[in-house]
Design a protein. Structure first.
Length: 415
């Protein structure tokens, strides 16, 4: 990690955190094994600045669904680049992508584009407020950095205190808390915005179906934040998988295989509200990312990408579970195959957390890049999964031994 560490020292002299993204901050406990900087990627593999090669299950925090430098997507971008990146009026490919998106996402009768997940969540909140004439929102899950979503994330974070009056948090999955808040504030609530699935063991969809019902009861809108679930669970996202019909929804990460594009979609009656106020930014129609998204979605449609992702995810889950069994560790594979995890389940919760943490350190040592959830891409082939499982077995055994020796110094924390 020599070059990584040296570069970090330089970077923090000019860049607070040395990076732009919270989750990409280095973990002190993984200091010697987790790279701080990545040089390049291809398929499901990454190379760090020291030249080490990894099989990657983090997929740049979710966006890379097909694989790094996926030729057909990058070729589409290069072709578009020859025409230009951004023009003085709209580009016709905006409509081409809108048609594709509306053909794939269940509630999408109209859509518009933005750049980030935070952008589209904010846009949907504005539409919900404008449509209902109400100011309050209830939220469940992480939705990005804007003030609305950051009222409670840390003290003195620059968010006006007064916003707490307008934003209330429902712990994800807690129907009782949702009901209580709606009973108290329902008539003032413009919308509930929620992630559909928390990448945990609750794969039932009951929570968001409950939110669907209670929002209807109070005349509030249901806004789904599909930033992580969209185009990852399937082409119709969580709406399709959990059979829930949202009023508005936001998609970003897996839409364009890593190119910066997001989209907010919804029923025509709500989306047409955009004729009444300004929701605008210069780069939302940037054509390289739009070309990337068109190529990505066409590949997903044509090649049954998600069948493969689920199949590889199931292979990984089965393998991890067998490894735990062979080591007599109380653990099981949990979650949905496109982003599963090994749930270490001994009666000692602190031990479970410590072991998980040391295991991840040892996975990095084996050049497996995974962070709590195992994201699968179309480029992970059976041989990649099998190589990963061999390394996962070695690293889990080593972690069990290390946990015993290092117990006092292990303080699990994830950014
Ligand atoms: C569920 C969810 N919503 C919103 C966001 C924010 O997206 P972005 O970082 O693109 O603004 C994220 C990012 O991690 C996310 O996971």
């Amino acid at each position: 990690m020599e070059k990584s560490n040296l570069h970090f020292q330089k970077a923090i002299s000019r860049i607070p955190w040395g990076t732009q993204t919270n989750a990409k901050r280095p973990y002190p406990f993984f200091e010697d094994v987790m790279p701080k900087y990545i040089e390049r990627g291809k398929g499901c593999r990454l190379w760090d600045v020291d030249g080490n090669e990894y099989i990657d299950f983090r997929l740049s925090l979710g966006p890379v669904t097909l694989g790094y430098c996926y030729d057909e997507v990058d070729d589409a971008v290069r072709k578009q680049m020859e025409k230009g990146v951004l023009f003085s009026m709209a580009s016709p490919i905006e409509y081409e992508l809108a048609e594709l998106i509306c053909s794939m996402i269940p509630n999408a009768e109209m859509c518009r584009f933005m750049k980030t997940g935070a952008d589209v969540n904010s846009s949907n909140i504005r539409i919900a407020r404008s449509c209902t004439g109400r100011d309050m929102i209830l939220m469940s899950g992480y939705h990005g950095y804007p003030d609305w979503f950051s009222t409670e994330d840390s003290p003195n974070n620059g968010v006006p205190e007064i916003l707490k009056e307008y934003v209330k948090i429902i712990p994800w999955g807690d129907c009782e808390a949702a009901e209580k808040l709606m009973r108290q504030y329902g008539e003032k609530v413009a919308c509930i915005i929620s992630i559909p699935y928390d990448f945990n063991e609750d794969t039932s969809g009951e929570y968001i179906r409950y939110l669907r019902d209670i929002t209807k009861e109070y005349g509030s809108l249901l806004v789904l934040d599909e930033i992580l679930t969209g185009f990852r669970l399937g082409t119709g996202g969580a709406q399709e998988y959990f059979k829930v019909d949202a009023d508005l929804a936001g998609y970003a990460k897996a839409l364009a295989n890593g190119y910066p594009l997001s989209t907010y979609v919804g029923k025509r009656e709500y989306m047409e509200q955009l004729y009444k106020f300004k929701m605008t930014t210069t780069y939302a129609g940037e054509t390289l990312s739009i070309a990337a998204a068109i190529a990505t979605l066409n590949i997903m449609k044509r090649e049954k990408v998600h069948d493969h992702i689920w199949k590889m995810g199931k292979r990984l889950m089965k393998g991890l579970q067998e490894i735990a069994k062979s080591l007599s560790l109380e653990a099981y594979a949990a979650g949905l195959p496109p982003a599963s995890f090994l749930k270490i389940n001994t009666p000692d919760q602190n031990y479970n957390e410590r072991l998980e943490y040391v295991w991840h350190r040892e996975l990095y040592r084996e050049r497996i890049f995974a962070n709590q959830r195992w994201f699968i891409s179309y480029s992970h082939k059976e041989s990649d999964i099998d190589e990963t499982l061999e390394k996962a077995a070695v690293s889990l055994q080593r972690a069990i031994d290390a946990e015993q020796k290092e117990r006092k110094n292990i303080q699990p924390f994830w950014w």
